[in-house]
Design a protein around this ligand. Structure first.
Ligand code: F6P
Length: 564
């Protein structure tokens, strides 16, 4: 058993910038050279390419052969990982060292799913024991809810649960529940409210009966103003529906809290036995495996929640044990660094060909961009290279009829992840074949493009005149050479989903290690939060003396139109 919380004395924190290393320079030269090469030619030159640049894990096939990559570049990327001391960082991560150095704490989300090789003690207490005890409490609560044993103030059975939470306290649970739509259990409906825009809460509550509604206040800090405002309005709604009730009684009967600050939940009025804990060593955007996953266990059953955790643990093991050149998160991270930092492609598209994964791009936006959208190295100096990419996307089929034109024919290169599943999540004939054929066709089209000669031939075959062919050809040419990964799941189920999300989590961590930034803090979110709370009273007071001209004008306009 390792004893954690010792401050990391990691040599890398103060190490030489990697961007001065010979391997970095070599990769820069290779990037310049790769820009002139075609993916088609890379395939033609190596009949084993698809197999060489693919990895089959128990849950999925990762085909990364359609990338602007050759063996020499791959070797140098692996050298870069070694020069970044990746194996050491990975070891420190799993051993519970304080790798989140700016917040002075370990990063132990794998512990939430049995993903550590060895248990870790924090302040003398076993992490695994704490996790298991909390999971047991969660399980008991879900059983009570599913059995109809939980009732509201007037004795009516709880049938609807509203999760109030934002960021990591929302995206993980909702993305997962959507993804596991074919694995729902029980008859308790789960709803989500993340936005402080009262429209969302109003819409959700409009369809609900207060007598049978339970609120889950999901907030690591229990101070996030959006969530606490929604919680306050939820209580008012209950009070309006049950005016005879004491607010304290409503809080006890109709509220549950999930937080790492249980004392604050209790001050708010939630009972200790209705407060589920997690710990400060769980980052908000990595918290779905903790009690924050309560809505998942309610919607899909505790067994499916467990299977999700098991799937993630299997990815933890793979990440811990597989050699770097056969390690899926490492390979995906190296490719991401290759594109963003060396090839100069600042964006990355996430394109699920699975309706159930429709929220995955949003989920990964937070996981990735809140982690690696940084410009200060671990040594505290400004980076002189690009760090994490802009992550965007949506379900592939809808994207095809929206932004794929840009992917195919804009001068920009946007590397993409295509994600699909061999087994459909429905039983309608013919749909899945069309869906997968589209996914395969799109990555093929992006890779190969179509040259002027082929376009002219095709137009000639249609009987167009030479003049027309000449006029139209430039518009129909696709340069190709647009890279992508394909992740083909055997089936989208709790286990494979756990592995898929953990794959991306570890990828994000590896990127941060190589870019020499701290991936587990999020100081960039704090500035705006602080300013919003300073400006809020000014909407009423109109005291704008200290504000810049634009902000003052916006508030004045608000006050004028609002009649304040
Ligand atoms: O967006 C910033 C952030 O701190 C996230 O990291 C976190 O998931 C979210 O806010 C919600 O915070 P909390 O769970 O404390 O309400």
């Amino acid at each position: 058993m390792c004893s954690a919380h010792s401050h990391s004395t990691h040599s890398q924190i103060h190490s030489q910038p990697l961007s001065r290393s010979p391997v970095w320079q070599a990769l820069q030269a290779q990037a310049a050279e790769m820009k002139g090469r075609s993916l088609k030619a890379l395939f033609a030159a190596d009949p084993q390419r698809a197999e060489r640049f693919s990895l089959e894990l128990p849950e999925f096939l990762l085909d990364y052969s359609k990338n602007q990559l050759d063996q020499d570049i791959f070797v140098n990327l692996l050298r870069l990982a070694e020069a970044a001391d990746l194996a050491q960082w990975r070891g420190d991560f799993f051993a519970g060292k304080s790798i989140n150095a700016t917040e002075g704490r370990p990063v132990l989300h794998p512990a939430l799913r049995g993903g550590l090789a060895e248990d870790v003690e924090i302040d003398g207490v076993s992490v695994t024991a704490q996790v298991e005890a909390e999971l047991e409490r969660l399980k008991e609560f879900v059983v009570l809810l599913h059995n109809g044993a939980l009732t509201g103030y007037r004795g009516k059975r709880i049938t609807d649960v509203v999760n109030l939470g934002v960021g990591g306290s929302h995206l993980g649970p909702q993305t997962t529940i959507e993804a596991l739509r074919a694995h729902r259990k029980g008859d308790v409906a789960v709803h989500f409210v993340s936005n402080v825009d009262g429209t969302q809460l109003t819409d959700v509550l409009a369809g609900l009966d207060a007598d049978s509604t339970l609120f889950i206040v999901s907030s690591k800090t229990f101070t996030t103003s959006e969530t606490m405002t929604n919680a306050g309005s939820g209580l008012k709604w209950l009070q309006q529906a049950m005016p005879e009730a004491d607010p304290q009684a409503l809080l006890q009967q109709h509220f549950v809290a999930v937080t790492s600050s249980p004392d604050k939940a209790q001050q708010f009025g939630v009972l200790p036995e209705r407060t589920f804990r997690f710990w400060d060593w769980v980052g908000g955007r990595f918290s779905l495996w903790s009690s924050i996953g309560l809505p998942i266990a309610i919607a899909c059953g505790f067994d499916n929640f467990r299977a999700l955790l098991d799937g993630a643990a299997s990815m933890d093991k793979h990440f811990r044990e597989a050699p770097l050149d056969a390690n899926a998160p490492v390979i995906m991270a190296l490719l991401s660094v290759w594109y963003c930092t060396f090839m100069g492609y600042p964006a990355h598209a996430v394109l699920p060909y699975e309706q159930a994964l429709h929220m995955l791009p949003s989920y990964l936006q937070q996981a990735d961009m809140e982690s690696n959208g940084k410009s200060t190295t671990r040594a505290g100096v400004e980076v002189d290279y690009a760090t994490g990419p802009l992550i965007w996307g949506q379900t592939g089929i809808n994207g095809q009829h929206a932004f794929y034109q840009y992917l195919h024919q804009s001068p920009e290169v946007v590397p993409a992840d295509f994600i699909g599943s061999v087994t459909p999540g429905h039983d309608l004939d013919g749909h899945h074949e069309i869906l997968l054929a589209n996914m395969f066709a799109q990555s093929q089209a992006l890779m190969n493009g179509v040259d002027a000669e082929s376009v002219s031939r095709e137009l000639a075959a249609k009987g167009l005149s030479q003049e027309e062919i000449k006029r139209l050809t430039p518009f129909k040419v696709h340069r190709g050479g647009k890279p992508s990964n394909t992740i083909l799941l055997k089936e989208l189920d709790p286990r494979s989903l756990g592995a898929l999300i953990a794959l991306y989590e570890h990828k994000i961590f590896v990127q941060g290690v190589i870019l020499q930034i701290f991936s587990f803090d999020q100081w960039g979110v704090e500035l705006g939060k602080g300013l919003a709370s300073k400006l809020e009273p000014k909407l009423a007071s109109g005291d704008l003396a200290d504000e810049d001209g634009s902000t003052a004008q916006l508030i004045e306009y608000y006050r004028r139109i609002n009649g304040t």
